[in-house]
Design a protein around this ligand. Sequence first.
Ligand SMILES: [Zn+2]
Length: 133
Amino acid sequence: MKLFGKGSKLYSILRHKCPRCQQTDLFINKNPYNPWTIDKMPHYCSKCGEDLQREVGFYYGAMMVSHATTTIIAVIVHFTVYHFYGWDIAPQLITLLSILVLLLPLVFRTSRAIWINMFSKYDPNALQNKIER
Ligand SMILES: [Zn+2]
């Protein structure tokens, strides 16, 4: 199993690509900071036919991934701010809230990408084996 580059889970997760063919985007608008299209995904991959919606409420599970990701970010921010300001609560809160608000769209989309990659794997012959819908 490849760790980096095309064919790896990280490639699909970090670039928000279809987990099966890694050719098309998971989200309709590439810009995660557009609040109207942040969660808009195609139902099926246009190149390989992978079902990107799976079932109603499929992405509720991505909230658990988002929770874990946010916790990791919060711990990193805490220790970084602690290094400069100690236990002072104001710098901790202001820094953490600012960073979480700024990263929210990226964490949201990356959590969905991680979630669907748990259930789908890369197929180098996905385009030849297209699932007809
Ligand atoms: Zn695909």
